[in-house]
Write a protein that binds this ligand. Sequence first.
Ligand code: AR6
Length: 179
Amino acid sequence: MKVGYEGVTVELIRGDIASQEGIDAVVNAANAQLAPGGGVAGAIHRKAGPGLYEECKTLAPIKPGEAVITGAHNLPNRFVIHCLGPVYGVDKPEDVLLASCYREALKRAEEKSIESVAFPSISTGAFGYPMEEAARVAFRTVKEEIPRLRSVKLIRFVLWGERAYEIHREALEEVFGDY
Ligand code: AR6
């Protein structure tokens, strides 16, 4: 599903963040060292190849709420934006740090005049953030940032499985209402 808001499309799809042909930048749910890991980071590094981690080493470590940008190497995109989400119950306040991830990622995208960005559901896997809460934080932040965007015209959320998609669909409707 998709909504249009102030000239920007916010779209939800089920799928794999490492297979987003036609999208300028994909977002990695990274660890502080920007190293290959499980989940999203595993999928992105596997497909990008070892050159991605070589480039990441020059930018690590990063702190919760930060975002850095690299090339996409063998991924079908131009850039990867690496965000470190909060570990739920550990890095506080979680909602502020998670919102910062989305805001900072969009800033990195604008700095490169990127038109399309795909996000996974940051912090909702290994980092334990309840997905309903995380989805609301993500969409509220995106809605706040959209009026400031100049180059970004498409923000896609790539959800892993049917349950994740349904949770995000409900949160999107709640946050964007009739748009
Ligand atoms: N495409 C889209 N979404 C996915 C994919 C995929 N290929 N694989 C998993 N998800 P996670 P985090 C979903 O754990 O919670 C790593 O090991 C997943 O179901 O990737 O921010 C890093 O190295 C979940 O809803 O990210 C870090 O140490 C969401 O993506 C740590 O995990 C995020 O799950 C980061 O934890």
